[in-house]
Design a protein around this ligand. Sequence first.
Ligand SMILES: [Zn+2]
Length: 97
Amino acid sequence: MYATLGSELALPKHAPRAGLTCKEATRRATLFLEGRLHAADTAALEAHVASCASCQAYLDQIALVRDALRRLPSESPSQALRKMLRQAFVQNDPSKS
Ligand SMILES: [Zn+2]
């Protein structure tokens, strides 16, 4: 059931704590880390995480990955790659089949 969220991560599988199930908590984790979770949902998530070591570990993992990705330098594709991608998009355009 959690496989679609990422098989590399240790996903928590506990009963509801502080009003949220672990599944609900992990679904809110990304929004929380992006600062896009509503205040009531944030409070529920924080309460859950405070009493659930698995979700705390999950949140830490997501935060680590997010921070690592942010530290990567941004690169622009070369002219040759742009041309190749443009051709691939045109050839695979579903609206033209
Ligand atoms: Zn949990």
